[in-house]
Write a new protein. Structure first.
Lengths: 427, 167, 334
């Protein structure tokens, strides 16, 4: 289908584009911006006046729960939610069941995604076998099976020597190590940020130093090994400073932040609100401000959903017995736009953090509308108002502290490879 | 009916009737108990008039009311004060006898404090509207009020009877 | 942030209905001074019941109160049971530590099963912070929930009986300096006491403990922190001692109970900086020779034994207030 998307504000930070212009798509690729390519015959002419066109969102970390936790969600259900939310690439961490420590599991996931054809699903391979933190995984084979990087997900690698060797080995294959930096002993079995809210509620707290000690160790290992490291879901102000300093010294490090860390704080745990139980925990107002500043400065190059859909029972228990995690695919774009509305980010900064930034972290040619790029696009109406609730959420998991929140900004059309994967019914 | 009876006169009348009743039934060393709030005001005066030595007992029937499940809890500022009532001739005093429910609650409470030899009921005003088979032994005045009329004792000083109409 | 405000206001209204009546008694946090005073006043009315020949009032006759204890406790459970019986209620004791929950039944399922038996109130004690709030949120609308202690979060009836004790022996709160000594970090009693003292307007609330036992950001609750017992007790009117649990010795928080007693254990001598008429309180059970020595425990300033009796009156008060509010609300809703 030869498509013209006409008159949208096109925001493509990868190519420094921010203009009202036309985009031409055919054969699964972007064929032209502004002027039609020679001899382009339009089969479908989309009037996108008043709307915004960005590259399809690249979500650095989303748990699709397959294989192993299909009672929470499936690749089919979650890619459907992704498409509705303008997310065209999802990256899945290796803590599935079984763990992605063999090519077979990676292939299974790719296959499932190909069956529903609603979004691209990338995977990270395991850093250690079964994420045990002791024995290296077959990273060579995992790379060949299409893993974009390796990670130990939320499982700690407490043995520093193992981490050193794992990073060296990953570097051998040019793989980026995606790290959840945390000192396990200071964080194990704890629940919320170690501060006044933890004290008032009598909940075991995770101190800031649990993250910064973890980041410090990994940074020293990066210096030693030269392996590229990406810090997942930073939650503390001091960690942002450490990453900034490391980058200014030329260390190959990048970082992301989960959208909820930019909008919520420890006080949102309120009176034991189980939907606000996340790992790493929601922290102080100061941490939130510094995380936002980190995104503005480009120190944190990506905002991700950190999507963790759960079945109802997972959150229906006293707070300490609930499973952590927020279902966040459905609201990702609109919540990021909230930050733009609040003048915390410019639209360009926000779009970069959702497209070019994560694509760079993953090392893929995505998140761009350059001529010749795959036509993964997200066209949205920045003014459409809607409410995030059980009726509007497409993810199987409805565990979000944002439920009931009025949002502004909704996807009209989403394409992967030039193929429409979601289109809102015409008003 | 607009004439307001003089309360002091009524109390004197009541005192006489109580005294008489006790004498007729040979009830010695009476223990007087007033029901909060109006009954205690009346009982204080009776207590003085009848020259009873033993301190006046007071009952707050809040925990014995039959309407707790309908109206909920009131914090009680004045608790009941009673000595043992075992084998005593109790003189129970209240301001108005209407449905009989207050006296029912008061009797239940008295019997939780012990086993009296007898209970004499004296009320300042008796009016129609009984819902429980309860009768007074001594009455200050009988007011023949209609169902939409209500009488209330105002106080503590001066005491006055106020009649209101509803509906 | 709109959502946050909604969440917070719904949490606060969990305990109190639109008319300001107590629906559930889950934590002191969230209750205003007026309500705390009504609880104390109501408890005064019940205080005399235990001295009568018939130690009962018929207030809650026909109601069934379930002691749902997921953590073992004889003392607390017995006082709740006594309080319920003095209100003429029927009592059901569920020791959930050995029953269905260990067979893997979820807390919600246990709740639904009990609700099917038409109970009016749950008194809940649980090892996890937030358990009582969880049960109150999910229980059927006619049921009242009283928190008998949840994890490290709250023990509101204990705090109220402590306030009752202070009011009885010291009068009004406005002029009082109170010191809470011991493991505040792990104590649900301390948290509830701090909220109560601050809400009731105590002049100064202090906590005295080694740094490892002081929770982070506790000043935000309205207390001053002292690490030294001598300065911490200077000029105080009330000394509240907390029980030190053995687990603290394992968690690299304290070297030994011996050292704890040396520096934080209260003896007659250590009490010297306090006001001469200061009272000494302890929620019990006592660890003699650890947080308190026998001279003080059995001495003239100790009101420890009286606290127990007041505990029954306080529990009678909150039980009748909560059940009464539900009854009144039902009547109003028609």
């Amino acid at each position: 289908m030869r498509v013209r998307i006409a008159g949208a504000r096109v925001v493509d930070p990868a190519n420094s584009v921010d203009a009202i212009t036309d985009v031409f798509i055919a054969d699964g690729c972007v064929q032209g911006i502004g002027n039609a390519p020679d001899g382009f015959e339009i089969e479908r002419d989309l009037d996108a006046t008043g709307q915004i066109l960005i590259p399809g969102i690249v979500d650095l970390r989303a748990r699709l729960r397959e294989p192993g936790a299909e009672h929470k969600a499936t690749i089919a259900s979650e890619t459907r939610a992704a498409a509705r939310g303008g997310i065209t690439t999802l990256c899945c961490p290796p803590d599935t069941d079984p763990v992605i420590d063999t090519p077979a599991v990676a292939e299974l996931i790719h296959q499932r995604a190909a069956e529903s054809r609603l979004a691209r699903v990338e995977v990270l391979g395991a850093l250690t076998r079964n994420l045990d933190g002791r024995n290296l995984a077959e990273m060579g084979a995992l790379k060949e099976a299409g893993c974009l990087g390796v990670s130990n997900a939320l499982a700690p690698v407490t043995d520093t020597e193992v981490m050193l060797r794992a990073m060296e080995y990953a570097g051998t294959f040019g793989l980026t190590v995606f790290v959840h930096a945390e000192d396990a002993r200071l964080a194990d079995g704890r629940l919320v940020h170690d501060g006044p809210v933890a004290t008032r509620l009598g909940l075991a707290g995770i101190p800031e130093i649990a993250e910064t000690i973890g980041v410090a160790r990994e940074l020293l290992l990066v210096e030693q090994t030269g392996t590229r490291v990406h810090f997942c879901h930073l939650s503390t102000g001091p960690a942002v400073d450490m990453v900034r300093d490391a980058r200014s010294h030329g260390l190959p490090v990048s970082a992301d932040v989960a959208i909820h860390q930019l909008l919520l704080t420890e006080s949102d745990v309120g009176s034991f609100e189980a939907n606000a139980h996340v790992r790493p925990p929601l922290r102080s107002l100061d941490d939130q401000a510094r995380l936002r500043a980190g995104v503005r400065a480009g120190v944190i190059g990506s905002i991700c959903s950190d999507h963790q859909p759960h079945e109802l029972d997972a959150k229906l228990n006293p707070f300490p017995e609930t499973e952590p995690g927020i279902s966040s695919l459905d609201g990702l774009l609109a919540l990021v736009l909230d930050l733009v509305d609040a003048k915390e980010l410019t639209l360009v900064q926000a779009v970069a953090a959702l497209t070019s930034g994560p694509a760079a972290a993953l090392g893929v040619e995505r998140g761009t509308l350059g001529v010749g790029a795959a036509a993964d696009v997200c066209l949205f109406d920045p003014d459409e108002q809607w409410t995030l609730d059980d009726a509007s959420m497409l993810s199987r998991g409805h565990n979000t502290p944002f439920k009931g929140r009025n949002l502004k900004g909704r996807v009209r059309i989403c394409m992967v490879d030039g193929r429409v994967v979601f289109e809102a019914p015409s008003a | 009916m607009s004439d307001k009876p003089d309360v002091d006169t009524l109390i004197t009348t009541l005192a006489g009737k109580v005294d008489n009743h006790l004498a007729v039934h040979h009830r010695d060393s009476p223990l007087m108990v007033g029901v909060h709030t109006g009954g205690v005001w009346v009982a204080k005066k009776l207590h003085a008039l009848l020259g009873i030595d033993e301190p006046l007992g007071t009952l707050n029937i809040n925990f014995y009311r039959d309407d707790f499940t309908r109206i909920g809890m009131h914090p009680m500022v004045t608790p009941s004060e009673l000595v043992s009532v075992d084998d005593r001739h109790v003189v129970l005093i209240d301001d108005v006898l209407y449905t009989g429910r207050t006296i029912r609650a008061a009797l239940n409470e008295i019997f939780d404090w012990g086993r009296p030899a007898s209970v004499t009921l004296g009320v300042l005003v008796e009016r129609p509207g009984r819902e429980i088979p309860i009768q007074a032994d001594a009455i200050g005045v009988r007011l023949d009020l209609a169902s939409h009329e209500y009488v209330k004792l105002g106080g503590p000083d001066p005491l006055s009877l106020n009649i209101t109409r509803k509906g | 942030m709109k959502k946050t405000r909604e969440m917070r206001s719904s949490a606060e209204s969990l305990q109190v209905d639109a008319h300001g009546r107590l629906k559930h008694f889950l934590s002191i946090d969230g209750l205003d001074r007026g309500l705390l005073i009504s609880i104390l006043d109501t408890a005064e009315s019940f205080a005399g019941v235990g001295e009568r020949a018939i130690k009962k009032v018929p207030l809650l006759r026909g109601k069934t109160i379930v002691n749902l204890f997921f953590e073992p406790s004889t003392r607390t459970r017995t006082t709740f049971e006594l309080a319920a019986k003095r209100l003429s209620a029927d009592v059901l004791n569920i020791n959930a530590t050995t029953s269905s929950t260990t067979k893997g039944e979820s807390l919600l399922d246990t709740l639904r099963t009990l609700e099917a038996m038409h109970c009016d109130m749950f008194v809940v004690r649980h090892a996890q912070s937030g358990a009582a709030h969880f049960i109150a949120r999910h229980a059927a609308p006619h049921i009242s929930v009283i928190n008998g202690g949840d994890g490290r979060h709250a023990h509101p009836t204990q705090a109220m009986l402590d306030m009752f004790t202070i009011r009885r022996h010291k009068g009004e709160f406005a002029s009082l300096k109170v010191a809470i000594v011991g493991d505040v970090a792990h104590s649900r009693v301390a948290r509830s006491q701090i909220h109560a003292l601050v809400t009731l307007g105590a002049a100064e609330v202090r906590i005295v403990a080694p740094r490892t036992l002081v929770p982070p950001g506790v000043e935000s609750m309205g207390v001053t922190v002292y690490n030294d017992l001598h300065t911490g007790l200077a000029d105080v009117d009330v000394v509240i001692l907390l029980r030190l649990q053995n687990e603290r010795m394992q968690g690299a928080l304290l070297p030994s109970s011996h050292e704890y007693f040396q520096y934080y254990g209260v003896t007659e001598e250590k009490l010297a900086p306090a006001k001469p008429d200061a009272i000494v309180m302890h929620p019990g059970p006592l660890n003699r020779g650890v947080e308190i020595d026998s001279d003080v425990a059995d001495g003239s300033r100790s009101v420890i034994l009286r606290q127990v009796g007041y505990g029954i009156a306080i529990r009678m008060a909150v039980m009748s207030m909560a059940i009464g509010s539900h009854a009144a609300a039902e009547r109003e809703d028609g």
